[in-house]
Design a protein around this ligand. Sequence first.
Ligand code: HEM
Length: 100
Amino acid sequence: MGRDKDIWHEPEKFMPERFLESMIDFRGGDFELIPFGAGRRICPGMPLATRMVHLVLASLLNQFKWKLPTEVQRNAVDMEEKFGVTLKKASPLYAIATPI
Ligand code: HEM
């Protein structure tokens, strides 16, 4: 669903800004986007997650300067996927954090 060309413009592109003016509700009401599932099996951790993701991300950006290893900077981040019980990156992301 997340990669359906009939629903999303350039679905393969990482474009978080596509949601800025969007009315799509991520809380299970709109089936185009269901990061926490929907219906009776919807993620019960959603209220905690939606608060903590912002807090953790903001803390990491506020406290550290981030950069990619030189080789990754040169070749760009490998977005290849590996399918299993969950979908994960084929090659793990390494990011170098320096305390500010
Ligand atoms: C960004 C963070 C999170 C995301 C994206 C996420 C996403 C999901 C998704 C997609 C499901 C499956 C829903 C379905 O089957 O339709 C799920 C289930 C579940 N999540 Fe989360 N989750 C997150 C955080 C959490 C947290 C913080 C907790 C607990 C503290 C949690 C507890 C659970 C549990 C217990 C289930 C199983 C519910 C069931 O099968 O009835 N999740 N989550």
